[in-house]
Design a binder for this molecule. Structure first.
Ligand code: KG4
Ligand code: ZN
Length: 340
C-alpha cells in the first residue's frame, strides 16, 4: 500500500503544501504573499492572516493534483520551527486537526533540516557525509550532514543571516523587498570590483554580516552628500560589489570547513542558494578544488512544502511522530551546535 504523506509549510511568508508518495515528492504547491512588499519586510500579523486564507485551497490543490483523497493519507507533516510563531501556528493547528480527524500520525519537521534534505527530492543526491552551506533570510550555517536526520552545525552567523544582509542592504540602497533577488538582478550588469567593502573576521567557521550593512550605509551617505545621483548612477556596480563581498565571505569559510573535515561533497540550501553569483562561484570553486557540488533546483531553494514532505518521509520511516498536543517552536534547533 502507498505511503502518502501531506506536508504543510507556513514558517514565514509562503503557504505551501506537497504530497510525498513512497519517498517521491509528487507536487509542491506554493502561495506567495505579496502583501509584505509595500512594507519592505514580512509583517508577522499579515503573514498569519494570509496563511489562514491560503492554507485550505493550497492543501486541496496538492491533494487533487496528486489524485489522492484525505483517506489515502498515512500521515500529516508540518513545519514545527524555526519561524514566526503566528505563522507556524496556522500550519500546526491545521495539521493537528487533520491528523486527529483522520486518526493518522503527526510529523513535526525542522525547517532548516528540510532545506538541506531538499537535495534528496531529485537526482543528483549528495553522498554522506556532506557539507551544506544553508543560507536563508533567518540562518547562515555550515552543517556537516552525517545521515538524513543526523546533522551537526560546524559554524553559523553570530548576528545577521546573509539573506537578511541582502534584504537590509537592498533597503538602504532603495530597492524593493525582497531585496536579495533585486541585488542579484542588478549585479549581473555591474562591476564587482568597483567598490570595496570590508569583511568582518570571525573565529572558526562562524560568520558576521552586520558590519557590511553599516559600511554600506556610511559609504552611500558619504557619497550621496557629494553627488545626490550617486546611487542611481552606480546602482549596478554597488549591487555587484556588495554581492561579491557577501558571497566571497560565504565561500571562504566553506573552503576552510572542507579542508578541515576533508569532505568534498558540498551542497548549498536555503533561499540565498537561488543567488546566481553564489551558484556560479560554487561551481567554479568546485572545479578548482575537486568538489562534487550540489545546487538545488530554484523551486526547492526558497520556502516550499516539497522539502518538508521529503523530510517527513525520512521521519515516517523512523516512526518519529509527535503527540497531538505538540506546539510550534519558533527557535527550534536540529543539532547540537559544536560551536556555541
Ligand atoms: O529560505 P527562504 O525562502 O526563507 C527563509 O527561511 O528565510 O530565504 C529567503 C531569503 C531572503 O532573504 C531573500 O532575499 C533571499 O533568500 N534570496 C536571495 C535570492 N533569492 C532569495 N538572496 C540573494 N539572491 C537571490 N537570488
Ligand atoms: Zn527557509
Amino acid at each position: 500500500m502507498d505511503i502518502n504523506i501531506l506536508a504543510i509549510e507556513s514558517s514565514c511568508d509562503e503557504t505551501s503544501a506537497a504530497i510525498v508518495q513512497n519517498g517521491k515528492v509528487l507536487n509542491n504547491i506554493i502561495a506567495t504573499q505579496s502583501v509584505h512588499e509595500k512594507y519592505g519586510g514580512v509583517v508577522p500579523e499579515l503573514a498569519s492572516r494570509a496563511h489562514q486564507q491560503h492554507i485550505v485551497p493550497v492543501v486541496e490543490q496538492a491533494l487533487s493534483d496528486a489524485n489522492i483523497s484525505k483517506k489515502d493519507l498515512k500521515a500529516v507533516a508540518f513545519t514545527q520551527g524555526p519561524g514566526l510563531l503566528g505563522a507556524l501556528l496556522v500550519g500546526s493547528s491545521f495539521a493537528k486537526s487533520l491528523a486527529s480527524a483522520l486518526k493518522i500520525p503527526l510529523i513535526g519537521v525542522n525547517h532548516m533540516q528540510a532545506h538541506i534534505l531538499a537535495h534528496f527530492i531529485e537526482d543528483p543526491k549528495p553522498n554522506f557525509p556532506f557539507l551544506c552551506l544553508t543560507v536563508s533570510g533567518g540562518h547562515t550555517q555550515i552543517v556537516k550532514v552525517n545521515d538524513y536526520l543526523d546533522m551537526e552545525i560546524l559554524g553559523e552567523t553570530k548576528d545577521d543571516a546573509v539573506g537578511e544582509a541582502f534584504d537590509k542592504i537592498a533597503k538602504i540602497i532603495g530597492l524593493p523587498y525582497p531585496g536579495g533577488p533585486m541585488i542579484d538582478k542588478h549585479a549581473k550588469k555591474g562591476n564587482h570590483e568597483a567598490f570595496q567593502f570590508p569583511e568582518t573576521e570571525m573565529p572558526g567557521f562562524n560568520y558576521s554580516f552586520s558590519g557590511i550593512k553599516t559600511a554600506v550605509l556610511y559609504f552611500l551617505q558619504n557619497n550621496s552628500q557629494r553627488d545626490s545621483n550617486f546611487v542611481s548612477g552606480n546602482l549596478d556596480d554597488i549591487c555587484a560589489s556588495v554581492q561579491h563581498r557577501l558571497i566571497m565571505t560565504l565561500l571562504q569559510k566553506l573552503k576552510k570547513a572542507s579542508k578541515h573535515t576533508g569532505i568534498k561533497e558540498i551542497a548549498i540550501a536555503g533561499g540565498v542558494s537561488a543567488n546566481s553569483y553564489l551558484r556560479k562561484i560554487l561551481a567554479e570553486t568546485g572545479e578548482e578544488l575537486n568538489w562534487n557540488t550540489y545546487i538545488p533546483k530554484f523551486e526547492y531553494c526558497t520556502d516550499n512544502a516539497g522539502m518538508i514532505a521529503m523530510t517527513a518521509y525520512f521521519k515516517y520511516q523512523k516512526q518519529d511522530f509527535l503527540s497531538m498536543d505538540a506546539a510550534p517552536i519558533p527557535r527550534m534547533k536540529f543539532s547540537i551546535d559544536k560551536n556555541s
